[in-house]
Design a protein. Structure first.
Length: 159
């Protein structure tokens, strides 16, 4: 079998170029569709963010370096899951939410000091209440493991 493949390639070396060209075309088509989906999602996030009926919920870890991971969102009354849509900001990520009461299910990854040691806090389920046109901040205190929500002043929420 091995000798047969070698002989075939030796007789028709253009087959290698053809196979590589087909693989290149397939990967470019795939890249086009992935890019198109990302662009559509980004435009959807921008249009949602510019609507007046959407508020931002900023997530913050207090007293440590950390981040919220595995964030899930449910309606507080019906328990129906919503997709979590973040704004496109890297330094100040926020969840875009309509007005209502929600349950935010999340886990926090905490890094206390400059070492690479990371610990994960257990999963939390936190009620969140959002009002039309106002931005909020959900704060997780790493020392006390407490969670609280506070409303941001208008000057701070515009950044």
């Amino acid at each position: 079998m091995y000798h047969m493949i070698i002989n075939f390639i030796a007789e028709k070396p253009w087959i290698i170029v053809l196979v590589l060209w087909i693989a290149f075309c397939i990967s470019m088509i795939r890249l086009h569709f992935v890019q198109k989906r990302k662009r559509a999602a980004f435009q959807q996030i921008q249009s949602i963010e510019h609507q007046e009926g959407v508020s931002r919920l900023y997530l913050e870890v207090e007293d440590a370096l950390g981040e919220f991971i595995q964030v899930r969102l449910r309606d507080a009354e019906t328990g129906k899951e919503f997709p979590v849509i973040f704004n496109h900001k890297i330094l100040t990520p926020a969840i875009l939410l309509p007005e209502g009461k929600f349950l935010l299910d999340f886990q926090v990854k905490i890094r206390d000091d400059v070492t690479g040691w990371v610990k994960k806090a257990e999963r939390r389920d936190c009620p969140v209440e959002v009002y039309l046109g106002r931005d909020f901040k959900l704060v997780f205190n790493a020392q006390t493991q407490q969670i609280y929500q506070e409303e941001l002043p208008l000057a701070e929420s515009g950044s």
